[in-house]
Write a protein that binds this ligand. Structure first.
Ligand code: SAM
Length: 220
C-alpha cells in the first residue's frame, strides 16, 4: 500500500512529535542493514568515520565499540533527529568520542580528506542532485578511503509501489554506480542484503588514489 505523503516526509526529514517517534522506530527497523554496512566498512580502532544522514545516531554509536582511538562524525539536516541523537548518545558526545552535526550533506562542514571511512544508509533517495552530495562525500575522504552507500534500488518493485516518487527518488543500481564513478570513486562493487521482502543494495567503493580535491568556490 502506498504510504501517505506526510509519512514519506517523515522519512525524508523527521519533524515534530511524530519525528521523535520515527527516530525510535527507524533505529530498530534499519538496524540489520546498518550492521551490514558496518561489516563492509571493516572498521579499525584508529579510523576516522563519517555517517551521512545519521538520523538517530545508533549506527555511529555502534562504531564507537570498535573505533576507540579515531574520530566519529555524523551529519543530519533534521533538527529533531539531531536533538534525539545528541540526547540519546550524550555520554559518547560528552566524552568527545562522537560529534553530531546539524547540516546538509551537499555542504559538509569538514575539511578535505578528513576521513578514511564514510557511509550513508537510506539517504540517497532524498538527494535531488545526488552528484553534489556524493562529490562532497568524496571530497572529505582520503584517497583510497572506503565509502559504503546502502539503498533500496528501483529493481525492488515493492519500494517503488510504496513510496511517493515526488519525495523518494528511487534509482536503479546502474545509475547509482555511474553517479559514484562521476563523483570520483573507483573499485566500485555492489553487495545485496534483504529485510523480509525488501531488497537493499550496498555500493562499496573507494576514493580514487591520486585524485586531487578540486577547489570549491567559497559559498556566501
Ligand atoms: C530514512 S532516514 C535514515 C536514517 C539512518 N541512516 C538509518 O538508516 O536508519 C534518512 C535520514 O537522512 C536525513 N537526510 C535526508 N537528506 C539529508 C541531507 N541532504 N543532509 C543531511 N541529512 C539528510 C534525514 O533527516 C533522515 O534522518
Amino acid at each position: 500500500m502506498r504510504k501517505p505523503r506526510f509519512i514519506a516526509e517523515q522519512g525524508r526529514q523527521p519533524s515534530g512529535l511524530l519525528g521523535q517517534i520515527v527516530a525510535r522506530v527507524m533505529a530498530k527497523e534499519t538496524a540489520g542493514e546498518n550492521d551490514f554496512a558496518l561489516k563492509l566498512l571493516q572498521l579499525q580502532p584508529e579510523d576516522a568515520v563519517l555517517e551521512i544522514g545519521c538520523g538517530h545516531g545508533e549506527t555511529l554509536a555502534k562504531c564507537a565499540n570498535v573505533v576507540s582511538r579515531g574520530i566519529l562524525r555524523g551529519i543530519d539536516f533534521s533538527p529533531v533527529m539531531h536533538r534525539h541523537a545528541m540526547r540519546r548518545h550524550r555520554r559518547l558526545v560528552a566524552e568527545k568520542r562522537i560529534e553530531f552535526h546539524l547540516g546538509s550533506s551537499d555542504q559538509l562542514p569538514f575539511d578535505d580528506e578528513t576521513f578514511n571511512r564514510a557511509f550513508a544508509v537510506h539517504t540517497i533517495y532524498f538527494w535531488k542532485t545526488p552528484l553534489d552530495h556524493l562529490a562532497e562525500a568524496c571530497r572529505v575522504l582520503n584517497p583510497g578511503g572506503r565509502f559504503v552507500l546502502g539503498f533500496r534500488p528501483a529493481e525492488d518493485p515493492g519500494f517503488r509501489a510504496t513510496y511517493p516518487s515526488e519525495i523518494y527518488h528511487i534509482r536503479p543500481e546502474a545509475e547509482v554506480v555511474q553517479l559514484a564513478e562521476d563523483a570520483g570513486f573507483e573499485s566500485i562493487d555492489l553487495r545485496r542484503h534483504t529485510r523480509g521482502k525488501a531488497r537493499i543494495s550496498f555500493l562499496l567503493a573507494q576514493k580514487k588514489e591520486g585524485r586531487q580535491t578540486e577547489a570549491v568556490p567559497v559559498r556566501s
